[in-house]
Design a protein around this ligand. Sequence first.
Ligand code: ADP
Ligand code: MG
Length: 406
Amino acid sequence: MTQLEVIKISKQEGLLTDVIQDTKSILKNMWRNRSGIEFMGRKYDQVKIPFLKKRIYLDNVIPGKIQDTLENLGFETKEGKRPIIVSKRKTEYGWHLVFSLPPGLSFGQFKQKQDYFADAVRGWVTLERRNGLVHMDILTGALPTSLPYEWRPDAYHKIALPVPVGVSQKGVEVLDLAESPHLLVAGVPGFGKSNFLHVLIHTLLPRALIGIIDMKRLEFAYLSNHAAVTRTEKDALQLVKALNREMERRIDVLEAANCVKVQEYKGQDMPYIVLVIDELAEIRDEQVLYYIDRIVRLARAVGISVVAATQRPSTKVINGDLRAMFAARVCYQVADELNSRMVLGENYSHAAYLPGIKGRAIYKFGLEIKEVQTMYLPLSKAKKLLKNQPKERWTYERQGKRLPPR
Ligand SMILES: Nc1ncnc2c1ncn2[C@@H]1O[C@H](COP(=O)(O)OP(=O)(O)O)[C@@H](O)[C@H]1O
Ligand SMILES: [Mg+2]
């Protein structure tokens, strides 16, 4: 055999492996990204195999996109081992994938790249580590662009202070304000902060005493017979002072009764109170701010919640320390990533990239973060709804006296 022939043969072999590699990747791509199989004019996205008790998905678009993402991000050990999908199933809202990791890859690496996965599937991805496996929940359903306010007063009777935040790709999101217990609502004007407060107030009226600080507009005036509405700093000061006195009283009573929080307390004299503030940044009076600050810091356990809306989430308006007390956040469109992070936390620039849809927001409670379409309650409808609510204006002016039990 001459040398020339050897070279020739190895060249051919090289060509062959190239062709095989190419075919492999073409096949892989077809397999991964197919959206089901058509058979006699009908499209099938899964087959059930009864004797194997298995369901095989023919539609692989989303898992394929995740695998492509993993590959493109270089999720591979030095020896070329990759995360393996050990189980996958379709859920009502998208997909649930479970990965097993080769030694050398970590859950943290997945977590860091969460946004890449979400962008690849044009949806939302949540990650969880369970039994050493990575569970990936993928939400792909589109959100509605408008969602009318709908609520049965007796719904969610097991939750003390249910607030319908809106719908996410998983369905209706309901926050228990008593658990949170403070809520921050932020975003540039015009996307639905005040509207969200109306929704919250109407839902909670049957369950809590509502105080409102409305410095900017008259839009909460129609609630005057049902809630304690203040529109000047002078009135607001009376309200927050009264709430501070009530807070002190409750702390003493709970201490004497050996209760850690109001939920454990059996007495009737501690109805939930919710202080709603629209446009927090408009309050200039130092004293008012001082008392609000105290309520936010100290009222956690005594059944008094603060819901504050602001278009300026900067530290001037609400310093980082105080902001941390608001466990629940709803953030509409903001000007930039910086503002988004100020409202939602270090890693969350999402609110800067929300679509320009009214009522669209990012909802965060604890570590969970979701895109939501919040409910819309036009003022005319709100006024009509109010006719069904009992008039129960509470008189916070009665200094030191008990608030009326419900
Ligand atoms: N959830 C919503 N869905 C649809 N449209 C909304 C929603 N919330 C508010 N809007 C519309 O946007 C306008 C501004 O809402 P508003 O609550 O006053 O915003 P903000 O207080 O953030 O400035 C409203 O007049 C209403 O037409
Ligand atoms: Mg507003």
